[in-house]
Each structure stands twice: as C-alpha cells, then as structure tokens.
Design a protein around this ligand. Structure first.
Ligand code: CP
Length: 323
C-alpha cells in the first residue's frame, strides 16, 4: 500500500505512512531534520529551499500542533502556504473531495498536507492527484500519523542516542490511535529492543502482536524498566460504544503518576503526542515534570516537517543508503 509513496528511484514522492519504509529512509528523514534544527535556532528563521513552491494545508479534522508546525516549517523554507478552510469551502454544497482537489490543482499548487477522519484518505488522494502533486499525510483516521512518529523518533534519539537497547511502552487507547501504529512501525524498523503496548483489553486491537509488540494489561508490569513511555489520549470521539466504565476508573488503573513511573528505568523519558488530558491519562506532576519531553516533541515537529516537505519536493539532494 505504501509503495506509491516512493518513485522508481526509491525517493519519497509522497509521505503517507511509516509502514513499508526501510530503515535507511527513516534515518535519512532524521538526518535531514537534524540539519534543519539550526534554521529553527537562528534569529532569522528563513532558508530559500522551497522558494516558489505552493503548499495547501487541507485539515478536515481539528489540529493545534500538526497544522501550525506544518505552516511554520513551510514558511521557514520560504514556500507560499495556504490554510484551506474546509468549513467555508464548497464541500458543504456537495462538491466531492476529488473535484475539490482538481480545482485546487488548477491553481498550480505543488503539495497538499492532509488530515482526514477516514483511514486511507491520503493514499486515495495520492492516487488521484496530477503526477506533479505531492501528498503528505497529517493523520488519517485510525491508520497512520507518520510525521508524528518521525518527530517522536527524533526526540527519542536526542535523549537516548541509540534505538537498539531501548524498551519502549506505548500506553492507553491503542485501538483508536494512528500515532501508536506509526510509532510501532518506526520503532520496530529502527530496531528498538522491545516495543510494548499497555492498556485495557477493550482498547488493544486484536492481533497487534503481529506488528512485533508485546501486550500488557497491567500498567505497572508494562512500565517495568522501560526507557521511554509514550502516553496516549483516550479518543472518545472515535469510540462507537462505552469501552470503559468511567474516566475516573481509567485514571486509577492507567493514569501515569509518580508512583507508577517509579517502576520504569530511573532515566526514562515521558512522551505524549498531545493534546494531553490531565487527570485522565497523565497526572500534571508528570506532564510538567523533569522527565517530560512533551514540548520538545512539539518543537521537533517543525524540523521533521521541513525535512519531509523538502525531501518529497526533491529540493535537497537524496542521501544514498549507508551515507
Ligand atoms: N499530535 C497531534 O497530531 O496534535 P494535533 O491534533 O494538535 O495536530
């Protein structure tokens, strides 16, 4: 399914998902993003790498972090960016997604960054746009959120320097989480020693072990000795029926507190893709504590999004395998 994101030379044409990408491609994204961190740190945060390119953000679902960091990343690389307002568009008058795309294409844009509630929406768009248009998946339903996974990998690398020895726990609503799926593909491809998923049985998808993870239903057992804890929000907007007795009970059994975190490695870091729900999956003492790298994840989102836009648009030289 993901092969359509590579051209015949193996370069990124679209960025639709982590599944199916080889380790060297993930490393290339991380290396490219690392080279962009210096732009973000300068007084004049600007480079001409995407000058003359037009990028349209198409967000059919709400977003704070992803939409804003895509816009900042594009502007820092000198692209022209348009945030298309779905609510005031002609989609409410019955225009189909494909007709909307073809009309936006006629305005000579180069890239669509898309978030959609339907899994597979970004792939669908990539199959229907003109050959010169690039699609980046900014989160599709419960399927994938590949730029979130890459900014998570960059954050882990900054703190831990090597993926091989790491034990990583992803905790909470795995069933509805596109971040969990993309993180699992990224961590297993980059060679993490063990990836665990932790949560109540009702929120763990059947057969997830096939992705190379170990399942835990007890939080304290699942967090024992881990190096990285990735907490997830309960995605109640995607739940079709009551999968939990109550939010209060959820926090009692699966909320991250100082007491629970004590079983992890003493230098374990705590991550969360956001938005966080304090007192539901995470206690404020942890979210704001010294082991939390949650805001560093947000900052890294800019460099990662610069990297995938520059790579897919072909405006920087490709790194060959082994470089
Ligand atoms: N992590 C994430 O996707 O956040 P937003 O929904 O705010 O973009």
């Amino acid at each position: 399914m993901n092969n359509i994101q590579l051209d015949q030379q193996g370069r990124l044409k679209h960025f639709l998902g982590i599944e199916g990408l080889k380790r060297h491609k993930l490393i290339e994204i991380l290396n490219t993003a690392a080279s962009f961190l210096s732009i973000d740190a300068k007084a004049v945060k600007k480079a001409p790498i995407l000058r003359g390119k037009t990028i349209i953000n198409l967000f059919f679902e709400p977003s704070t972090r992803t939409r804003t960091t895509f816009e900042l990343a594009a502007k820092r690389l000198s692209a022209d960016v348009l945030n298309f307002n779905i609510d005031t568009s002609s989609s409410s008058k019955g225009e189909t997604l494909i007709d909307m795309l073809h009309n936006l294409e006629a305005m000579h844009c180069d890239m669509f960054v898309v978030r959609h509630k339907a899994g597979g929406a970004a792939h669908f768009m990539a199959q229907h746009v003109a050959p010169h248009i690039h699609i980046i998946n900014a989160g599709d339903g419960q399927h994938e959120h590949p730029t979130q996974a890459m900014l998570d990998m960059q954050t882990i690398y900054q703190y831990k320097k090597d993926f091989a020895p790491l034990q990583v726990a992803i905790v909470g609503d795995i069933l509805h989480s596109r971040v969990a799926r993309s993180d699992i593909h990224a961590l297993t491809t980059l060679g993490a020693s063990q990836v665990r998923v932790v949560g109540p049985k009702t929120l763990i998808p059947k057969g997830i072990e096939e992705l190379g993870v170990k399942v835990f239903n007890s939080l304290k057992t699942g967090l024992r000795d881990v190096d990285v804890v990735i907490m997830l929000r309960l995605q109640r907007e995607r739940m079709q029926c009551a999968l939990l007795p109550s939010v209060f009970e959820y926090f009692q059994y699966y909320g991250l507190t100082e007491d629970v975190l004590a079983v992890a490695h003493p230098e374990a870091i705590v991550m969360h893709p956001g938005p966080i729900n304090r007192g539901v999956e995470i206690d404020s003492t942890i979210a704001d504590g010294k082991r939390s790298v949650i805001l560093q994840q947000v900052s890294n989102g800019i460099a990662i999004r610069m990297a995938v836009m520059a790579m897919t648009l072909g405006t920087i030289p490709e790194q060959k395998e082994g470089q």
